[in-house]
Design a protein around this ligand. Structure first.
Ligand SMILES: Nc1ncnc2c1ncn2[C@@H]1O[C@H](COP(=O)(O)OP(=O)(O)OP(=O)(O)O)[C@@H](O)[C@H]1O
Ligand SMILES: [Mg+2]
Length: 232
């Protein structure tokens, strides 16, 4: 059983003519980090939405094929259940945090699971450690740099302890120092056994030689293929 299994997926947004996804299949093994590259607008984020359930739960449209998370079809799972299995971080550091302090932000998910206070506290501690932001636990979120905000966005999905992570161009708006820290964190997550699907515009963020992505796929005309060095 695969953490992520995409079987012959087709998707068309309502009111649109073309299939953005046009027969996508992918199997991601446990602990594997798969990078996806592709030109702007080719459907990388759309694929992410199919894995984390935003399609079909939020975005309507025509969907065919199937996405399985550890064997369970995403389209039959409730959003709340998906959140504990698949954690997603998006590109914009300024639209993902909505709590006044770092601690509140990271606590939000576990509080919604109605976990005990001690367990919530332990999860906050562990998640902040994983992203190297323990010293900022009581900081105000609006004082963080873009890179630090992304680290907190990662921590706030880690506190739900998902086995699968989706990073949709999380470094594209971050400066070089921030990117370096985020890459270190991703390596740590990989070591801890997380399965990661990572969309990237900038190939250097996949750092094949430095052991971030195990393999890279390219999305083109609604399909995925092994990346051989050419985007088009
Ligand atoms: N909510 C939506 N409704 C209709 N069409 C959409 C919607 N979201 C995206 N699209 C269209 O689907 C196509 C793929 O978009 P998507 O955001 O998945 O591409 P992407 O590869 O993530 O691009 P980028 O690299 O710029 O993030 C684009 O043509 C886009 O205009
Ligand atoms: Mg995108």
């Amino acid at each position: 059983m695969f953490p992520i299994e995409i079987k012959d997926l087709y998707y068309r947004y309502s009111g649109k003519e073309e299939n953005i996804l046009d027969g996508v299949s992918l199997e991601v093994k446990e602990g594997e980090v798969v990078g996806i590259v592709g030109l702007s607008g080719c459907g990388k984020s759309t694929l992410c939405y199919c894995v984390n359930g935003l399609i079909p739960q939020i975005y309507k449209g025509e969907l065919k094929g199937e996405v399985l998370i550890f064997g369970s079809p995403v389209r039959e799972m409730r959003i709340a259940d998906i959140a504990t299995r698949v954690g997603t971080v998006f590109q914009d550091p300024d639209t993902q945090l909505f709590s006044p302090t770092v601690e509140d932000e990271v606590a939000f998910g576990p509080e919604n699971l109605c976990l005990e206070r001690e367990e919530i506290g332990r999860r906050i501690t562990a998640a902040l450690e994983q992203v190297g932001m323990s010293a900022h636990r009581f900081a105000s979120t609006d004082q963080l740099s873009g890179g630090q905000k992304q680290l907190i966005a990662i921590a706030s999905v880690l506190s739900l302890q998902p086995d699968v992570l989706i990073f949709d161009e999380i470094m594209s708006q971050i400066d070089r120092t921030g990117r370096r820290r985020i890459k270190e964190v991703i390596k740590g997550l990989k070591k801890s056994g997380k399965t990661i699907l990572m969309v990237e515009h900038n190939l250097s963020n996949l750092d094949i030689d430095n052991n971030i992505a195990d393999r890279v796929m390219v999305m083109r005309k609604g399909k995925l293929a092994d990346f051989t060095g050419e985007l088009e």
